[in-house]
Design a protein around this ligand. Sequence first.
Ligand code: SF4
Ligand code: ZN
Length: 314
Amino acid sequence: MTIKCKKCSTPSIIYQPYSGLHLCEKHFYEDLERKAKLTLRQRYPIKKNDVIAVALSGGKDSSVALLLMHKIFGNRPDIRIVAITIDEGIAGYRDESIARAKELTERLGVEHIVKSFRDEYGKTMDDITSEKKLLENHFGDDKKELGACSYCGVLRKKILNVVARDIGATKLVIGHNLDDEAQTVMLNHFRGDVERMVRFSAASELDGFIVRVKPLRKVPEKEIALYAYLHDLPMELTSCPHSFGALRKEVRRMLNGFEVNHPGTKYSLVRGFDNMVPLLAAGLEVSDIRNCEICGEPCNDSICQACKMLEKSI
Ligand code: SF4
Ligand code: ZN
């Protein structure tokens, strides 16, 4: 027997255990797009004359984020959308995803900027991983050794922020989904890093930092994958050889297990965190924003994390 959509009589294509709804293709699209629009309205309202930069890796999440921004704001003459792709220099992986990103921006007619680690830092991610013995993230005070993704993330964020600022962007869209957000909340709890938790959630403008907007933070990863597939988005499916740290993998497995047994766990985790942040922020002195003594970029120390990492990886 075909299961019907809860909102119409068309056959269902997806079941959402956390909402108890079976949805057809049309109502699934509506549901996902409504969640993204609501997140934008509540947390990151898009204003007149905004310049929206979208961090586009060529993977499913950022491709869906770009498609949605284009769908929602593409017809607004006052709003400019620009996709930014960072080439970290990861052989056998990045070239493919950059090709997919190009395909998508051409299909949508969106401006596209590509910047590379090699041009900006004089070395690729592959160079950094071979120069340095990178360890997986771990607990404890000795945080000197970090995993590949920590380097990659910090160095990528820096270029994204610089490029977004250079083009006059007022928003920087990131494709993080509900699974990413829930994992990050959990990881910060495990590390006991309260300041990082507050900074992680900052949706406000800080000097020199472009506001990071996450329209998909309430949408489960599986639904984004289905949405991308149904829209036939060009996207890269192979995974990065340096891959995620072992700790995040463990947290991901644990949360997926909870989600099966207790649907809605990931959402509750993120919602609980959102409610907690204003209370944490009130009782915490978040370090002032200063300018890095080496590169001049905004940071909360005398030398920014990217410069510290590049020093260390030489
Ligand atoms: Fe960079 Fe890690 Fe992503 Fe690979 S998996 S691209 S190393 S952040
Ligand atoms: Zn329907």
